[in-house]
Design a protein around this ligand. Structure first.
Ligand code: ATP
Ligand code: MG
Length: 400
């Protein structure tokens, strides 16, 4: 048993000692069988949420309506979810209501793909009601039951399918793929936030090429925000050679490069995708920096503005354009910048104001900006007297 599962063992034991069933389920089972690192251990049980809460001292209701109780142990926290079915889907996205049941089979039946519908008991036996093990071996992604029904119930599953293609390098079983092609337009019913999560995982998968190809071939991309016109560009994105994209901001940066959007369009596009303001800010800085870097070496002003981490992120992206990144060089160049932020400037805004004794106005920030640029460029030493002298000349030129 892998370490992560061992930690949860006492929870499963306790449930069983009270005559409830309990299993490891979901993505962690799949990933362990694939020898991949796992992030969260999901436990499914026949005990109802109130019964789970009675059994453990420390619990948090994280999704009590869906039957999920978080059990806190000294070492970690685990999500324990009651077996459930999701009946009568009416709007292609969320079940009308979930019904708690005592049968593992019912619970596994409502899961999306056969490889996600495996359960493991504490004795290590794998419960495989839908031939998920064979599909794992053959690297096939197959809907549990009738794919048309399953995607009709919850259209997000189609995006999940495409991101698993990219993350796992599996192929879509033909009926499953056909159903996606048929029902792609149901994605219009799904919230952008949920599509975003799957799309980012798709971009970052190690089989991005296959993932993006199926996104385009299934025509699901048409129902993703702002992508309708960009089938070609997505295929070009698929062709970029390079390892799995390490971070979300790098993924969006590459996408924006492939779509060839300017800063205003990037902002608009990412807003439509409901990306956070911080992410949008980072990507609108990274794209022009990468465009510049593809043509020439780093200049101090660009490095200074990006900051160390984003600059390294940009440098790394050279891989995807068949250039060799030199991260060590970027670290050095950055380290030797004369200052790292306006705070490091040897004069402050109020000192400039007092020194010149002009009325408060935009001239202060214009002057500071000129000082900042000159110091970063190495044209001016970061010493008080020299900064004031430079400022005097600057203001004479600006306001004769
Ligand atoms: P990840 O490794 O990204 O967490 P995951 O398969 O664990 O992948 P989760 O969203 O954590 O994905 O879901 C856990 C499990 O719940 C899945 O393995 C699957 O069995 C089930 N599941 C999740 N979303 C759906 C869905 N939309 N429809 C049916 N079953 C789902
Ligand atoms: Mg998971």
């Amino acid at each position: 048993f892998p370490l992560e599962f061992q930690g949860a063992m006492p929870i499963l034991r306790k449930l069983q000692s009270k005559n409830y069933e309990a299993y490891y389920v979901g993505g962690s089972v799949r990933d362990i069988l694939l020898n991949k690192p796992i992030h969260d251990v999901d436990i499914a049980t026949s005990a109802f949420p109130a019964e789970v809460k009675e059994l453990f001292h420390r619990t948090i209701d994280v999704g009590i309506d869906h039957g999920t109780v978080m059990v806190i142990t000294k070492e970690a926290t685990y999500e324990v979810t009651t077996f459930r079915t999701e009946s009568t889907y009416q709007d292609y996205r969320r079940p009308d209501h979930v019904e708690f049941v005592r049968s593992l089979k019912e619970d596994l039946k409502r899961r999306d793909f056969t490889i996600n519908a495996l359960a493991v008991g504490i004795d290590g036996t794998v419960i495989d009601l839908f031939d998920g093990l064979a599909d794992l071996r053959n690297k096939v992604l197959r809907a549990v039951g009738d794919p048309y029904e399953r995607f009709h119930e919850d259209a997000l599953r189609m995006m999940r399918a495409l991101r698993f293609v990219s993350q796992l390098g599996f192929t879509l079983e033909p009926d499953t793929f056909e159903a996606i092609q048929e029902y792609h337009s149901l994605l219009a019913k799904i919230s952008v936030e949920r599509i975003n999560v799957e799309f980012v995982k798709l971009m970052m998968g190690s089989s991005r090429e296959a993932g993006l190809h199926s996104l385009v071939e299934s025509e699901c991309y048409i129902y993703c925000p702002g992508l309708r016109e960009y089938g070609e560009a997505l295929l070009n994105f698929a062709e970029l050679r390079g390892p799995a994209i390490p971070t979300e901001r790098q993924a969006w940066t590459l996408l924006m490069m492939m779509l060839d959007l300017n800063s205003a369009d990037i902002r608009h596009f990412m807003k439509e995708w409901k990306c956070s303001n911080q992410l949008i800010r980072e990507v609108t800085q990274m794209v022009p920096a990468l465009q510049l870097r593809l043509k020439q070496g780093w200049d101090s002003w660009t490095l200074y503005q990006l900051g160390r981490e984003l600059a390294l992120s940009v440098e790394y992206l050279l891989y995807y354009f068949e250039q060799e990144p030199n991260l060590e060089k970027v670290r050095l160049l950055y380290q030797f910048l004369p200052i790292y932020s306006l705070k490091d400037l040897a004069v402050k805004g109020n000192e400039v104001m007092e020194h010149f004794d002009y009325p408060r106005g935009p001239w202060i920030s214009t002057t500071l900006n000129a000082l900042e640029r000159a110091v970063v460029a190495g044209e001016l030493a970061n010493h008080k007297e020299e900064l004031f002298r430079f400022a005097e000349d600057f203001l004479k030129k600006e306001q004769p």
